[in-house]
Design a protein around this ligand. Structure first.
Ligand code: ME8
Length: 517
C-alpha cells in the first residue's frame, strides 16, 4: 500500500536584502529533491519556501538605497521566486512575510504566548547583530582584528538599549533539553551537542519586540512595538497552513530544512514559542552545511559572488541540481567550481547515464524500427542485472533519500547505472544483431526496463531530464513512482504498437566557459 501520510517540508525563508546566492539555491534544490522523493513515495506533500522581509537588516539596507523596505522587498523577493521557478523548485506556496495573512498569524501566536503568561515588558540592554538579526550574550562574543566585538558568526554587534517585550524562554529549559535529546529531532547529530550545551548553560529570557524602528509586525495592543523579526519569521511555517484557523493535518512539520547558522532559532526559540502557544513542535530540523566557491565563502569584497540562475543557464538546471546533490555530503560543507560541475555532468550524467540510454534507445530505433523488443527468456546475466537495479530502486535509493543521505542516494543510483553499462558491454547487442537476434531482443528489453526504473529513481534530482526520458520511453505517468515502476508495465507496452522515436541527447556535452577554462 502506498503511504498517504502527509509530509510538510519547509526551507528557511531568505532575507531579500539582495539577490539570491548559491547557498539559497542549494537549500531550495535540496528541499525540492526531498519533496519530490516523498511524492514518489506516494505521500501527500506540502512544500513551502519564501522571503523574510521584516527587521532592521532590511530597514537599513533600504535606507542605504534611499527607498522603502517594502519597495526593496518587493523587488528582491521577485528574484527569489524567479530563482525557484528557474531551478524547477516545486513549492506549493512561496510566502512573503509582508502578506496580510502572515501578519494575522504572527499576532495570533503572540496572543497565544501572552495568554500562557510568557510575555512581559522590560528593558533590553545588550548586544545585537543586525546581520544575524540576533541578540548575543557578552560571553559569546569574540574580538576582531581591530579589537572590535564580533558575534560567533563573525558579524559586527552593536550595543542596544530599549524598552522591549520579553519571552520567558527560561521556563522551557527542561522541555527543550528533552526535545534536543530526542533522537532524530535535530540532524545531523553533530549539531546536537552545541545546542544542548547552550541550553545547559542556562537560558535567559529573549527580547521579542523592538521600539527603535517600525518595519515589522505590530505587537497587538502595544503601541510603538514591532515584533522581533525572528518571532514573525518562524511563524511563517504556520501561516502557510492557515493558522490561526484549522491547519489540517500538515502540522507538525515533518522537516524544517535550514542552514547550520540558524539552528539555534529553529531548535530552541521556535519549539519554545510553539510550546508556549500550545502547538506541537516540528518532527525534525536538519541543518545543512555551507556551500563554498572553490573552498571560499562568497562575498562582495572577494568579487566571487555567483548568480545561481546564471549558473543554471550556463550548465543546465539538471546539471547544477545533480552536481549539488552528488558532490556534497548532505549536512557537511561543500565546494563548487565550474570545472567540478562540468566534470560531474559530462562524466556521470552524459557518459554513464546519457550514453546508456542513447545507445540502447538508438539501437532499438535503428534496428527494430523503434518497436519495443520482446523478452524471450532470461539468462543469469539478465537476472543479476535486474536484481542489482531492483535492490537500488526498492532499497538503497529510497532508504538513503528517506534518511536524508542525499549523496548516498545518488551514489547508489550511479552504481546501478554502472552495472547497466557493464552489462551492455558484456552482452554486446551490436554483435548479437548478427549472431543471435532473439537474444539481442532480450538484452535490449532488459536494458529498457532498467533505464526506465533508473530514470524514475533519479527524477527527484533531475526532474526535467527524467521526464524527457520517461516520455520517450513511453512510461505511463501514473507508473512514474517507486511502486509503479516495479509493476508489469513493460509487457503491455511492448505488446502495444508503441514506437520509439530516435532519441535526442539528454545531456549535451558541456564545455567550460572561456573565462573559467
Ligand atoms: O537566515 N551555503 O535568511 P538568509 C548554504 N531569514 N546555505 C546558506 C549559505 C551558504 N553559503 N548562506 C546562507 C535567514 N545559507 C533567515 C531565515 S527562517 C524562519 C529565517 C542558508 O537569507 C541559511 O543557512 O540569511 C538559511 O538556511 C538560508 O540560506 C537563508 O539565509
Amino acid at each position: 500500500m502506498a503511504e498517504t501520510t502527509p509530509f510538510y517540508i519547509t526551507t528557511a525563508i531568505s532575507y531579500p536584502n539582495g539577490k539570491p546566492h548559491i547557498g539559497h539555491a542549494y537549500e531550495a534544490i535540496a528541499a525540492d529533491v526531498i519533496a519530490r522523493f516523498q511524492r514518489l513515495q506516494g505521500r501527500r506533500v506540502r512544500f513551502q519556501t519564501g522571503t523574510d522581509e521584516h527587521g532592521l537588516k532590511m530597514a537599513r539596507k533600504a535606507e542605504e538605497q534611499g527607498r522603502t523596505p517594502s519597495d526593496l522587498a518587493d523587488e528582491m523577493s521577485g528574484y527569489f521566486r524567479a530563482m525557484c521557478d528557474a531551478l524547477d523548485v516545486s513549492y506549493d506556496r512561496f510566502i512573503r512575510t509582508s502578506e496580510p495573512d502572515h501578519h494575522r498569524a504572527s499576532q495570533a501566536i503572540w496572543q497565544a504566548m501572552e495568554a500562557s503568561g510568557d510575555l512581559y515588558l522590560d528593558r533590553y540592554e545588550g548586544w545585537y547583530s543586525v546581520r544575524d538579526e540576533a541578540y548575543y550574550d557578552e560571553s559569546e562574543l569574540t574580538e576582531g582584528e581591530g579589537g572590535e566585538k564580533l558575534s560567533p558568526q563573525g558579524t559586527p554587534v552593536e550595543w542596544t538599549v530599549e524598552e522591549s517585550w520579553f519571552f520567558r524562554l527560561s521556563n522551557y529549559q527542561d522541555q527543550l533539553l528533552e526535545l534536543l535529546k530526542t533522537p532524530g529531532f535535530l540532524e545531523p547529530a553533530s549539531r546536537r551537542n552545541e545546542m544542548i550545551a547552550f541550553v545547559e548553560q542556562g537560558l535567559r529570557d529573549l527580547s521579542v519586540s523592538r521600539t527603535s524602528f517600525d518595519w515589522g509586525v505590530k505587537v497587538p495592543g502595544s503601541e510603538g512595538h514591532v515584533m522581533y523579526v525572528w518571532v514573525d519569521a518562524l511563524t511563517n511555517y504556520l501561516t502557510g497552513l492557515g493558522y490561526p484557523e484549522d491547519m489540517g493535518d500538515f502540522w507538525p512539520a515533518s522537516l524544517h530544512l535550514i542552514g547550520k547558522d540558524i539552528v539555534r532559532f529553529h531548535t530552541i526559540y521556535w519549539p519554545a514559542f510553539l510550546m508556549s502557544a500550545k502547538l506541537p513542535v516540528p518532527q525534525k530540523v536538519f541543518g545543512h552545511g555551507f556551500l563554498l566557491n572553490r573552498g571560499q565563502k562568497e562575498s562582495k569584497s572577494l568579487g566571487n559572488v555567483t548568480d545561481p540562475v546564471a549558473l543554471a543557464e550556463t550548465f543546465g538546471v539538471d546539471a547544477l541540481r545533480y552536481f549539488l546533490i552528488r558532490e556534497v555530503a548532505f549536512g557537511q560543507d561543500g565546494s563548487y567550481s565550474p570545472e567540478a560541475i562540468v566534470q560531474r555532468a559530462n562524466g556521470e550524467l552524459g557518459n554513464a547515464f546519457g550514453n546508456l540510454a542513447q545507445r540502447t534507445l538508438g539501437f532499438i530505433a535503428k534496428n527494430l524500427e523503434g518497436y519495443l523488443p520482446a523478452i524471450r527468456g532470461h539468462d543469469a546475466a539478465d537476472t543479476a542485472l535486474f536484481d542489482t537495479v531492483d535492490r537500488a530502486i526498492t532499497t538503497d535509493i529510497p532508504h538513503a533519500f528517506e534518511s536524508l543521505a542525499l549523496q548516498q542516494a545518488v551514489e547508489a543510483w550511479l552504481q546501478a547505472v554502472f552495472a547497466c553499462n557493464a552489462y551492455i558491454d558484456a552482452q554486446a547487442p551490436w554483435t548479437l544483431r548478427k549472431t543471435d537476434p532473439e537474444r539481442m531482443e532480450t538484452v535490449l528489453a532488459t536494458l529498457y526496463i532498467c533505464i526506465a526504473q533508473l530514470a524514475v529513481a533519479i527524477s527527484p534530482v533531475i526532474p526535467a531530464s527524467s521526464t524527457k526520458l520517461l516520455d520517450l520511453l513511453g512510461v505511463p505517468e501514473d507508473l512514474r513512482n517507486f511502486e509503479g515502476i516495479r509493476s508489469h508495465w513493460y509487457s503491455p507496452l511492448a505488446e502495444s504498437d508503441y514506437q520509439l522515436a530516435a532519441p535526442t541527447p539528454l545531456f549535451p556535452r558541456l564545455e567550460l566557459p572561456a573565462e573559467d577554462a
